[in-house]
Design a protein. Sequence first.
Length: 246
Amino acid sequence: MLLYNIRYATGHLNGYHLPVPFMGFFRKSEVNLQRIINFIRSIDPDIVALIEVDSGSYRCGNDCQARSIAENMGYNYVVATKYSEKSLAVKVPVLNQQSNALLSKAKIHDHTFHYFEEGVKRLIIKTELDEAVIFLVHLSLKYRHRQHQLEYLHTLVKKTKKEVIVAGDFNTFFGKREIKLFLAASNLKSANVTNMPSHPSHRPSREIDFILHSPRIRINNFYIPDVRLSDHSPLVCDFSISPNNS
């Protein structure tokens, strides 16, 4: 599994904040998206969880980046804007194409879009595969909102009967202790057992991207490649599901 916040494929550093802050946010993305596709191909993951995907603005030639990756590499995919239908963001050009996506080589049996009650970014993509359910999230920048979002996410996880993976950008600026109660209550574990940081990619110092998993999911390998195509580093996790002996 690959988890990657790709920052809409607009790049990182190299004048990203010049001549004004976040000027790079408005860059065209086709060239860097191809670099990201090449990187994904080099990893060849069965599952790709993407945060900050452009689903059709001028930045990507009005094409959906998730669809481009899926068609280029033979994935099934689910994609949706990060904002709820009630959000003002869905009425603003460019913002209304800012999305998250889940891509899978295996069949996607079902998917559901849930929405947090607080925060600007509210989308939860629930995707059901053969043996596991994956929740993909991008949590709020505000600490209080994140705690309420984790509480809601816990209710969804506890209702799930298959093995669970929760992945995404958690924006845990106060450290992993922010999710300590969530992990205990949901009985999930982090695949990143050594707490390797993933942000910012040019000099990682924060652990804010997570792949969390239920107990029967065994982590065979986990690493964070030194890739700087976004402001986040990608997370790569090789896992298997242990037999249920009960």
